[in-house]
Design a protein around this ligand. Sequence first.
Ligand SMILES: [Fe+2]
Ligand SMILES: [Fe+2]
Length: 338
Amino acid sequence: MNNDKLVRAKILVIDDDVNMMDVLSVVLRRYGHEVKTYTEPLAAIEELRRNKYDILLVNYLMTPVKGDKIVETVREFNKEIYIILMSIHKDLAPSIETMQHLDIQAYYEKSNRFDNLILLIQGGIKYIEQINKIKTMNNQLDHYLVDFAKILLQTIGAKDHYTEEHSRRVTLLCIAFANYLNLDERQKSDLQIAAAFHDIGKIGIPDNILLKTSRLTDEEYNVIKTHPVIAANIFSVSDIYKDIYPIMYHHHERYDSKGYPAGIGGKQIPYLARILTICDSFDAIVSKRTYKEGQTIEFALTEIEKGAGTQFDPELAPQYINMVKNNMSYIEQIYNEF
Ligand SMILES: [Fe+2]
Ligand SMILES: [Fe+2]
């Protein structure tokens, strides 16, 4: 299944007609497929949970559990398997709506001739190959995005070393927090890219303001505050980043709506932006700047605690504190390395 080319499929058959199943096994094995047969739906479902199959061939009219009920259960934990439903006669088959709803890809009317079934299985194999190709392409695209992030980070670094290092640390903190929160893979990768790029808008801030070592005037601070907008503008040029730029755009919002640039609050702020804000602020407190000493991790955690409900999401803040406490040696390592 890992290769793009799949000539032989791993097929699981569920049918209460033992004779039919024996014939099917012989025919499918003759074509080189690996076949496992079950008369008991529950045992078959257990097997599907434990092992990966390419194709599920399931009889529709069975007692006590009908084929569509089996498919419904299987689809709850397996969206990828190619499913062929079998029936003795097409008048007894489920409706097209049911087939579509359960994502059943093909229907086979049982007969003594198996040519049609073999063709359906070949079609299934082609389908699986296409899905595998798409997955490989998506993985490559994600790699390109991460490579692109590295190049851009180096670009910021050439101008502003602090922002480059800060972005790297915030990315590592976000990954640790995302794992702690058990985010799904898509959310993790969106958050990782947003964290790496979140301050990229600083590239558009004049050097005399960005690199100023003394206190900023209100006017200068207002210029700095445009960096999330600049970042979002840079990333809004491509559809690929449509889920990422809102996270960057809102990383300076506050839970009490007193942040910028939109001044939105609470759950209106995208979830991943609320996560990024905490990691970003934590790093800003702990890291050393030319105009301030770095604070301890413990001090930063008390600041996060104080800000829960005002600056930070009151549910996420305590979870972040726990995450840091549970991974203290790793978090310390982040600050020892940079
Ligand atoms: Fe920022
Ligand atoms: Fe930042």
